[in-house]
Design a protein around this ligand. Structure first.
Ligand SMILES: Nc1nc2c(c(=O)[nH]1)N[C@H]1C(S)=C(S)[C@@H](COP(=O)(O)OP(=O)(O)OC[C@H]3O[C@@H](n4cnc5c(=O)[nH]c(N)nc54)[C@H](O)[C@@H]3O)O[C@H]1N2
Ligand SMILES: Nc1nc2c(c(=O)[nH]1)N[C@H]1C(S)=C(S)[C@@H](COP(=O)(O)OP(=O)(O)OC[C@H]3O[C@@H](n4cnc5c(=O)[nH]c(N)nc54)[C@H](O)[C@@H]3O)O[C@H]1N2
Ligand SMILES: [Mo]
Length: 891
């Protein structure tokens, strides 16, 4: 389509507006109620232009082929000036302080500060820790309301009042802090006037007074690109990057606001060493000497396998690379693991068995092209909010949604079908869905003939999984199961997105495989007829920690330690012989410590005493181990049991890369210096190696990633330099001259035979089930305002949003136990006890309880068991049989 703007001809796409035509012509047009990401409303009248003789608001007027648009004419300038002046006249003079959007619009439309003279004294709402409202600055443009609905999907805001009195307010009434706001910060970003601000950037702040550093969020695995704005060595604010490949200008409470921990007086700033009186500050030299002596003694007396390290999925790729290199090449053991073990190790195992590689099969942009989403055992609205928001938008635009989760999680309210299986019964649900796909011929026979194997064995097994039988096992009504299978089976481009509700089970790997079966049966993986099977990986760099080989059986790039070819490649790069037998997994490390076989345990950035299951037994392990080193930002539960505590830098203070949930490498850059004597994990590993008389090479993070590319060809095309130029690069990327591969599998799968493998896995019951002694099933998982151990978010403003762990209980169970909202109850399992306040809610089914594990003091992981996935040892965090004190037996 072609449009003429003030005599200039411009080419436009079909759905263009007059505003985009004006911009395409290179002309500036002021706007106040407009944001490109939001539905236009045309209410502020700042963008008036003439189209074919009529005066219209450019933002809401569709451009028509051949239209004549007039912009730069005296009467139009006057109309625009008057519209802006009218708005400004109602505002107090300080509205034009600083260099915000309103000040800029005033400048460009010729409205001066003398026009401002209002300010009705409508007051402020400063109740919320991260979002501040000055009602006198509100022009009721509604951008915040639309942002909350259309981008974040929370619908927390509304406009109240009439005429000039109209102002934004939480939809629940009452103060902002008590509203449904989840503090994504979107409203603050879009507000043109400074009515909504954040504490670090009050109105009047000039951007020039701030330093901006582009980095990648260090909380969850979404991988949001963030601009960290600093002033005087402190974070003033964090802004989501508009060109962030995954977040596109959006963020969540954690990445955006949860940086208060940086300034916590509890931040570790010096090494600590255990003496008779307790942990005492010492110099780095003394701490390192102590560690080197301990390592030498352990290796000398008991051999290299008496040493183990838990590497950190919070740390960078380069740090993880260095830690595993130190363990393998200097100590001589494969005893290195990371929290992928507790999280998505069944994904790695299951996806490798099915498709040949451990990553999610598709990029998130493709998942967003799906017309049917199967979201299983994941709560992205709380745990991956930027992804959750985007999935919700897709559903609001018409994609069908099937949610499989025992709880009424955020997305379930928007689902076409919500299946609520009993915890631990996924395999039966997935086999049931597969049964219906086969029975109703909703399968891709062509794909199954040429690109997959295992159908006969699976088909035979599935005879036993007719909907009625599945219903008996899972509690899911048979018609719902059939309806869900039809939605997935009949979609043109279905996608599967899943979380820990699939993996953290006794048969988690079977869960992943039987879930992958559905995509294979439909030919919806490795094709354009669907977008595969995609785990929402948890930690900021859990994909990367595993990619870098911080695993007991795998080298960087997933060569097996037992494979002579893979080992030889690493041996050649590292210049030393490497151990060939698998090392210990995390739980095996604790067992070895308890039996006296482990002499040194080095824990980097993981609070194992708070977050590993059966916590009392973990503490026993640390107490039995002669030298425990904890490297952390805080004196965590684990650090309290350590012999040496090393102060670490956080993600805002270091240089390197992370790999996000859809396999993208992105840069991490320091916005601040670490406090006191804290050091990056990178520097600490080098220092420990040096204290042992070893030189690990790769002096910089960039050099470490380059070296990793030589060990692991799948990363060989990725470098810091290239990332600085290109932003994000997905692996596999073997060639520096070619892009990385967003879609993991195309014409053939990465399995040795190139086929996708169906798995015939029967349903087997979970490790624990309800009985007379322990009649309730406790599910554990996440809440939006806190992160894992809570060590960081509890020390940020988030604590004002959510002050404690709570035990969710169905009203019927609450009544049976005689407990009410807020009562504290004693929860007992076969493994331990915890005391928690209850929250009565219908989000759960009767017989089930839910709580998070963000407050170590509530001791939730004293309850969880040592049961673990039979293939990968991923703990069965999602199913624990418990009772409430004084609870009556099951009737
Ligand atoms: N706010 C916040 N965000 C986080 C984190 C955090 O602590 N806080 N942690 C990060 C980390 S490390 C991770 S791994 C991710 C985790 O992200 P998710 O996997 O989304 O998190 P969870 O809440 O642990 O579990 C997901 C869901 O599994 C369901 N579930 C439990 N048992 C079953 C079952 O048998 N079948 C099915 N189908 N569903 C079941 C639970 O009800 C729960 O809603 O989040 C990351 N993001
Ligand atoms: N009951 C129950 N328990 C669970 C789960 C569950 O669903 N239910 N989920 C499990 C899962 S999926 C996971 S991933 C684990 C997570 O468990 P953890 O990894 O233990 O938890 P985090 O709080 O993420 O971080 C660990 C520590 O790293 C520190 N840290 C942060 N950044 C850095 C850094 O750059 N360097 C260093 N050295 N330290 C740093 C933090 O201060 C914190 O003390 O929890 C598991 N525990
Ligand atoms: Mo995780």
């Amino acid at each position: 389509m072609r449009v003429t703007v003030d005599g200039l001809l411009v080419d436009l796409p079909e759905d263009a507006t007059v505003l985009s035509a004006v911009r395409a012509a290179g002309l500036e047009l002021p706007t106040l109620c407009h944001d490109d990401r939001l539905t236009p409303v045309g209410s502020c009248r700042a963008c008036l232009v003439r189209v074919g003789g009529r005066v219209v608001a450019a933002c809401v007027t569709p451009a028509a082929d051949g239209a004549q648009v007039r912009v730069d004419e005296e009467d139009l300038r006057r109309l625009r000036h008057d519209a802006v002046e009218l708005i400004v006249s109602a505002l107090p003079p300080y509205a034009l302080d600083g260099d915000g959007e309103l000040a800029r619009v005033c400048r460009s439309s010729g409205v001066g500060p003398e026009s401002a003279g209002g300010g009705a004294g409508r007051g402020r709402d400063d109740s919320h820790p991260f979002v501040r409202l000055d009602r006198d600055l509100c022009i009721a443009c509604g951008r915040c309301v639309r942002m909350c609905a259309e981008v974040q999907g929370t619908f927390a805001l509304t406009l109240v009042g009439r005429g000039a009195e109209t102002v934004v307010a939480p939809g629940t009434g009452g103060p902002w802090a008590e509203s449904d706001c989840v503090a994504c910060g979107g409203c603050v970003d879009t507000c043109p006037t400074g009515a909504l601000t954040e504490p670090g950037l009050p109105i009047g702040t000039r951007r020039a007074s701030l330093t901006s550093t582009r980095t990648t969020c260090g909380y969850c695995g979404v991988g949001c690109a963030l601009d960290v704005l600093t002033r005087d060595g402190d974070v003033a604010a964090v802004r989501p990057a508009a060109d962030g490949p995954v977040n596109r200008g959006h963020a969540c409470v954690k990445g955006r606001f949860s940086h208060g921990f940086l300034r916590s007086p509890e931040r570790l700033t010096r090494p600590l060493l255990r003496r008779r009186s307790g942990l005492e500050p010492v110099s780095w030299g003394e701490a390192l000497d102590h560690i080197a002596r301990g390592l030498r003694a352990a290796v000398g007396e008991a051999g290299p396998d008496a040493v183990a390290a838990i590497s950190s999925a919070r740390a960078t790729n380069e740090e993880n690379y260095l830690i595993q290199k130190f363990m393998r090449a200097v100590i001589g053991t494969n005893n290195v693991d990371n929290c992928s073990r507790l999280c998505h190790s069944p994904s790695a195992a299951g996806l490798t068995a099915a498709f040949g590689l451990p990553g999610g099969t598709d990029g998130f942009e493709d998942v967003e092209r799906a017309d049917c989403l199967l979201v299983v055992g994941a709560n992205p609205v709380e745990a991956h909010p930027v992804v959750g928001a985007r999935l919700l938008q897709q559903v609001l635009k018409g994609a069908r949604l099937v949610v499989v989760d025992p709880r009424a999680v955020g997305l379930a309210g928007h689902a076409d079908v919500h299946l609520r299986p009993r915890p631990g019964t996924n395999v039966a649900v997935f086999n049931g869905l597969a049964h219906v796909l086969l029975a109703e011929n909703l399968i891709d026979e062509e794909f199954l003939r040429h690109r997959a194997d295992g159908l006969p064995a699976l088909a035979a097994l599935l005879d036993d999984y007719a909907p009625d039988r599945v219903s008996t096992i899972t509690g899911v009504p048979a018609p719902d199961l059939v309806a869900a299978a039809r939605l997935y089976g009949r979609a043109e481009r279905p996608a599967i997105v899943y979380g820990l509700g699939v993996t953290e089970h006794l048969h988690g790997t079977d869960g992943v495989r039987t879930l992958a079966n559905l995509a294979i049966l439909r030919g919806a993986v490795g094709t354009e007829r669907g977008f595969g099977v995609n785990p929402l990986r948890g930690q900021n760099n859990v994909q990367g920690a595993s990619d870098m080989g911080a695993l007991p059986d795998l080298l960087p790039g997933y060569g097996r330690v037992g494979d002579p070819v893979a080992r030889a490649r690493a041996e050649q790069v590292w210049g030393t012989r490497l151990p060939a037998h698998d090392g210990l997994r995390i739980a095996q490390m604790f067992a070895a410590a308890r039996s006296g076989d482990l002499r040194v345990l080095w824990v980097v950035g993981e609070d194992v005493c708070a977050t590993d299951p059966d916590a009392d037994r973990v503490v026993e392990a640390l107490e039995a181990c002669p030298l425990v080193i904890s490297q952390d930002l805080f004196l965590s539960e684990t650090a309290r049991h350590a012999d040496v505590v090393l102060p670490a830098a956080s993600w805002l203070e270091k240089d390197g890369t992370f790999v996000n949930f859809d396999r993208r490498f992105q840069r991490v850059r320091p916005a601040l210096a670490p406090p006191g004597e804290a050091r990056t994990d990178f520097a600490v590993v080098h220092a420990i190696a040096a204290a042992c008389g070893a030189d690990l090479g790769c002096p910089t993070p960039a050099a470490a990633l380059a070296e990793c590319g030589r060990v692991a060809p799948v990363f060989a095309g990725i470098s810091h330099q290239r990332l600085d130029r290109e932003g994000a690069i997905p692996w596999p990327c073997p060639d520096p001259g070619r892009p990385g591969q967003v879609k993991l599998h195309r014409d053939r799968f990465a399995t040795p035979d190139g086929l996708a493998h169906l798995a015939a896995r029967p349903y087997l019951p979970p490790g624990e089930s309800a009985d007379d002694d322990y009649p309730l099933i406790l599910i554990t998982g996440r809440r939006w305002a806190h992160y894992n151990s809570g060590n960081m978010t509890r020390r940020s403003g988030n604590i004002r949003l959510d002050a404690a762990d709570r035990l969710d209980i169905h009203p019927a169970d609450a009544a049976r136990h005689g407990v009410r909202d807020g009562d504290r109850v004693l929860v007992q399992s076969r493994h331990g006890r915890a005391t928690l306040p209850v929250r009565v809610t219908e989000e759960l089914l009767p017989g089930q309880l839910f709580c998070a594990f963000h407050f170590p003091s509530s001791r939730v992981n004293a309850l969880t068991s040592g049961h673990a996935d039979t293939v990968t040892s991923c703990p069965e965090y999602k199913v624990t049989a418990v009772r409430l004190r004084g609870s009556p037996p099951l009737s």
